[in-house]
Design a protein. Structure first.
Ligand SMILES: [Zn+2]
Length: 299
């Protein structure tokens, strides 16, 4: 089974400092200086796990397993006033291919909406990193072509509709399965092709990204054969599937992931939690760009 652990060197460091100050000063603790905090943090810093998931912004994540690096919905220009953009420093490192964003193998696009995909930065990324394979629905690739995508780019494009059988694609060494699940929002976004990927990162790690999957259970239930065809170790799901029992049925009864991380979380988390009551209390959410989960598989 998959276990996700947070890396929290700051809290460990602060505890150490408080303990040190209490011992050194008896009952009259003084606050540690910034330099002291940083010194302890550096000593307490744990190396990044070799198998991890790293949050970029909105539904953007990077999954790393040793030398394998996969990006999902990493480059987009729209936050629509409520979603987390990828911070400038992370985006610059992505574009430059500096660690930990070096050696990316595959870039996945869930769908052609501005809070998941923008043609210009994706095109610039592909031009700067020609070894990266792009896997995307035709709707996104058409926008890349309009922006000047060259014929020799390494693109795997597909035109898939809800209820179609799954596709199996090969992106270099990485096997990918794809189905199309309707976008949330009903008829307003019915024309948008929203892809769900199941990526075989390793023999014991399959990662799913749901894009902007619908809040309705029926279209997800209709793909039961797909969900059951492999073990779903980790799913990145839009937070809205955690809202109540009706929506959780998609996860709990149909997809049945071993582990789930909520993404697409509004930056105003306090208001969201008011709306959702206690529904998010026990849920793992990605909210801080750069945060990392250790993906250690325990059978
Ligand atoms: Zn969308």
């Amino acid at each position: 089974m998959l276990r996700c652990e947070r890396s929290e060197p700051r809290s460990i460091g602060l505890l150490l400092i408080v303990a040190f100050v209490l011992v050194a000063c008896g009952t009259a603790p003084t606050l540690p200086s910034q330099a002291e905090i940083e010194a302890v943090e550096q000593r307490a810093a744990v190396p990044t796990p070799t198998r991890n998931a790293r949050y970029l912004g909105n539904a953007g994540v990077m999954v790393t397993d040793g030398e394998t690096k996969l990006l999902f919905d990493p480059l987009f220009d729209e936050g629509y006033g409520q979603y987390q953009l990828v911070p400038d420093d992370i985006r610059a490192a992505l574009m430059a291919g500096t660690a930990p964003y070096d050696g990316v193998d595959v870039l996945f696009i869930s769908h052609a909406h501005g809070d998941h995909f923008s043609a210009e930065p994706v095109l610039a990324f592909l031009q700067a990193h020609p070894q990266v394979k792009l896997v995307a629905p035709v709707q996104a690739v058409e926008k890349l072509e309009a922006a000047g995508l060259s014929d020799n780019a390494d693109i795997i494009a597909f035109d898939q509709s809800p209820n179609d059988a799954s596709l199996t694609l090969q992106a270099g060494a990485i096997t990918v399965e794809a189905i199309t699940i309707p976008h949330s929002g009903g008829t307003r976004f019915a024309h948008i092709r929203n892809t769900v990927y199941r990526v075989h990162v390793a023999d014991d790690l399959r990662v799913l990204h749901l894009g902007d999957a619908t809040t309705e259970t029926a279209p997800i239930a209709r793909q039961q054969q797909f969900w059951d065809a492999a073990e779903n170790n980790l799913v990145f799901t839009p937070y809205w599937l955690f809202k109540n029992d009706q929506r959780r049925a998609a996860l709990d009864l149909h997809i049945k992931p071993r582990s789930a991380i909520g993404v697409h979380v509004p930056t105003d988390l306090a208001t969201l939690k008011q709306r959702y009551g206690t529904a998010l209390d026990e849920v793992d959410l990605f909210t801080k760009p750069g945060e990392v989960r250790d993906l250690a598989v325990v059978e």
